[in-house]
Every structure is written in C-alpha cells, then in structure tokens.
Write a protein that binds this ligand. Sequence first.
Ligand code: NAD
Ligand code: ZN
Length: 357
Amino acid sequence: MKFRNFKMVDYVVYGRGSFNQLDEILAPHRQDGKPMIFLVDHFFEGKPLAKRVPSKGNDKIVFADVTHEPKTTYVDKLAKQLKDEFGSISGIIGIGGGSTMDLGKAVSLMMNNTGSSADYQGWDLVKFPGVYKVGIPTLSGTGAEVSRTTVLTGPTKKLGMNSDFTPFDQIVLDPELAANVPVNQRFYTGMDCYIHCIESLQGTYLNEFSKSYGEKALDLCRKVFVEKNKWDSESDDQLMMASYAGGMSIAYSQVGVAHAVSYGLSYLLGTKHGVGNCIVMNHLEEYYPEGVKEFKHMVEKNKVEIPKGICKGLTDEQFDTMINVSLGMKPLWENALGKDWEKIITKEKLRGLYERL
Ligand code: NAD
Ligand code: ZN
C-alpha cells in the first residue's frame, strides 16, 4: 500500500468581506515591474466586483470566457498572450466558479512550462512550478479551490493537469461573492459537492480522513438544500465550507459512478459538469439508493429542473464514444464498485444507463 502524500493549498482566508484583504495579501508577492493578472469570470464584467479588484500599475484584468468548460487551447492562448505582453508576471488570481479557478491554475502552470497544456494532461507530468496563484470562488461546490487538478478538455481527452504544482498558493473564501447566484446554477454546482460526498462515503477507497470531511460536507449540504426553507446569507457561508470540505474528502479518496458517467456526456455533448452529474444521479438508484432518494427530494424541494432525454437519437458510434470515455475512468469505477468492477459494469449495462438519461 502506498499512501498518498498530497500537497495542500498554502494559505486560506475565510470570512464575509475577506475579499477586501486581497490587496494586502498580494503585496509581498509583487515583483518589480511584473503585473498581477486578475482572471475574472465574465459574469462579473461591468458588475461591482470587477471594480473592487485591487489592480494597480501594469496589472491587468482579463475576463474569462466560461461559456464552455476550459479547453487546453484556451489555456494556451491566455498564457501566450500574457507572455507576449509582459514576458513574465508576478501572479494570477482566478476569481469565479470552478471553470475560472481551473483556468487560473492552468495558466499559472503554463507561464513556466513549455509546449501546450495538453502535454500535461495526466498525473505528475508538469515539470516546473507555475507562477504565484490565488483562487477565489464565487460559486460553491466543485472543490476546485482545494484540489490538485484542473479539468481541461484537450484534443484527445478530458483530463486534468494533476500535480503537486497545481494547488493554489492562496485561496480567499468570501461567501459574500456567492450571493445572488441563479437558483438552478447554485443547485447544480452545489450538487457537485453533494455527489462528491455520496461517492466518497460509499466508495471502497473510504478512510477516516475522507470520511471526516465528507460527512461534514454532506451535513452542510443537507442544511442548505434539505432543512432550510429559504436561502439566506448563512446558506452561502455553509455551502462555501461544504465545497471546501467536499474537496478535502476527495483529496484522499475518489469520486464514483455519477462522475464516471457524466464525463462521457461532457466529452461527447459538452454537458457541463454540475448539471451533467445531476442528470446522471437521477438514474443511479441501483448504486446509491439513499443518496438518489435524497437527491430527488432536494430537486423537488428546491424547484429545480433536471434535463431529461439528452441521449435521444444518438448513434451507436456516439454511445460507444461515451461508454469508452466513461470506462476509461478506472479509479472512479474501482472506488465505486471494488476491484471486480469490470465484471459489474459491462458495456451493455452502461449503454442501458446512457439510453435512460
Ligand atoms: P462554472 O465555473 O462553469 O460557472 C457556471 C456559470 O456560473 C458561468 O456562467 C459563470 O459565469 C456563472 N457564475 C459564476 N459565479 C457566479 C456568481 N457569483 N453569480 C452568478 N453567476 C456566476 O461552474 P462550476 O460548476 O463552479 O464549475 C464547473 C467547472 O469546474 C467544470 O469545468 C469542471 O470540470 C470543473 N471542476 C473542477 C474540479 C477540480 O478539482 N479542479 C472539480 C470539479 C469541477
Ligand atoms: Zn465534481
């Protein structure tokens, strides 16, 4: 047995209004003549948050286009633009949901590594540390703020740059930034956390480390999506900590069936991570009976729409693509179903599941 020795985020600041400390936090990391780059989710263009960004001197605010989930081509383009314009930079601050945070991490790494980010999709392929990087979530649930990966769609695969250089140097958890997220989006991304917990807690890789964080995250998800009847600022506080704890739970275990199947959808159809997980979770009674029952209750209670019939009319070839992408996620299946997972989840069985989505 080889135990994972995982790299964590170096500094964490938490609290309502902690975003106001950003200028002070960045100060010691500013290098002469080299700018700080604020990569801000395009949702905030023209909004008050963009004006609160503490940019000065030759710093630059870049609005991240997250219409689609991050692609390696986009990461390469952003890194090239920054290299062409500035040579090198003091650091990069990703402010937004999981997509913007992942872009921030990936661009930081590509400032100091040659070639394309696609060359580093995998495990421990990144050669040099990136530039100083800060993650600031404005949407809670993915756990991207604490993870050692960045999920990227490349020319041949959807896979992260998993490495010890990937975690942020600093994160700023300010629940005020997540106020006013539209109900459906908040639910989809929040359910990413809920599903992480169910998959981790019911997985064969479970250990006390993961369990401690997973149970806490699950408890917080239940507080906001099951127990309360109205969303309030405390709910934003709770969901932001749920996301953090859910990410920590996964750090020492693995996700499971919902993620493995959802990856196939996102690869073929471009279905987004949060909603994709929800679409799949809706049909996983066989694997997570209690979790799915509670999930359906939360959908109803929070009056959220989960798309249906998204695989209607696909060709055999398209089904095969999704099945192959999904079965390629070996650790996820092994965590979910044990060492003999290949006997349990056959291609035919998976096809049946995709057809029901
Ligand atoms: P997202 O970042 O894709 O954003 C979804 C939408 O919400 C976008 O339109 C965005 O503009 C908007 N948005 C963001 N903040 C907002 C706010 N405060 N108010 C209103 N709108 C806001 O969504 P997500 O679910 O946070 O992230 C999904 C991405 O994260 C996927 O690309 C997925 O692959 C990745 N992910 C990464 C990890 C990891 O460990 N690195 C884990 C899970 C998911
Ligand atoms: Zn996820």
